[in-house]
Design a binder for this molecule. Structure first.
Ligand code: SAH
Length: 246
């Protein structure tokens, strides 16, 4: 008995890997948060689908193991990659109580990479990924990491940049970053990556501070070298271009 933990990529069916598609074909039942289940439902109509609400992660994992115990092949689906603020770790933790069931993780395109491709090439150098959600992480730690990433001149991807309750977190994060970064630092926001209503915007860090985003958005802060080339956000890797100047 086996559970596939599948990263679906940021949205569209085209962003699913071939391996994820094969695992979904191979399984009997697909389990996930309703929004993600809805993303794939139409492509696998013959499967059984079980959905749970967003905050029911532990219950969802247990459900997966209970279905597998019945002898079914189970696919637990997450958006992006299941190992990036996803369920992969929790599946191993809950799985300790079900040693007879094996877990296979199938990677997916995480929002940082899906969004980077929409923006251009913002992550071609070292980058840090930070979630602004303080549901599971204390705010002091988030602040500390923002400061360290800013100090280290990393490009930064912010996940969970905002929600109804945390409406001013992006503004606060920008204020922290501005302690080490210039106001003119090139930034980007991508909403609904590879989904209906995809939106992209390039702006400065100062402008980003005064921008409202929602939870379906990933935010990119460039490093000190990041620039705009032909309307795209580009972080150079340091190649010398003198020989191809025209
Ligand atoms: N496992 C997911 C991340 C889950 S955390 C992954 O690897 O992508 C949820 C956050 O991810 C959102 O608040 C948003 O910041 C980002 N995100 C996920 N999918 C997205 C999409 N299609 N468009 C924009 N941002 C997305």
């Amino acid at each position: 008995m086996k559970i596939y933990v599948i990263g679906l990529g940021p949205g569209s069916y085209e962003n699913l890997t071939i391996k994820a598609d094969r695992a979904l074909r191979d399984c009997d039942v697909v389990i996930g948060y309703s929004v993600y289940v809805d993303l794939v439902k139409e492509y696998y109509p013959e499967k059984e689908f079980l959905q749970t609400a967003m905050t029911k992660e532990v219950e969802r994992c247990k459900m997966a193991f209970e279905e597998a115990e019945k002898g079914k092949h189970v696919a637990m689906v997450c958006s992006g990659d299941a190992g990036v603020y996803g369920m992969a770790g929790l599946m191993y933790q809950v799985g300790e109580a079900y040693p007879q069931i094996s877990i296979e993780i199938i990677p997916g395109i995480t929002a940082a990479l899906g969004g980077a491709a929409v923006l251009g090439a913002p992550l071609t150098h070292d980058f840090a990924v930070i979630s602004l959600s303080d549901l599971l992480t204390p705010m002091e730690q988030i602040t500390e990491r923002l400061l360290d990433a800013a100090k280290g001149d990393f490009c930064i991807c912010l996940y969970n940049p905002s929600s109804k309750k945390r409406y001013d977190y992006l503004e606060k994060a920008c204020d922290i970053l501005l302690e080490y970064r210039q106001e003119g630092t090139v930034c980007g926001i991508v909403k609904n990556i590879a989904r209906k209503g995809e939106e992209v915007k390039i702006l400065t860090l100062k402008e980003l501070r005064d921008t409202k985003v929602d939870m379906f958005t990933t935010v990119f802060i460039g490093n000190s070298q990041t620039k705009v080339i032909s309307g795209k956000m580009v972080t150079p890797r340091g190649y010398h271009l003198f020989h191809c100047q025209r």
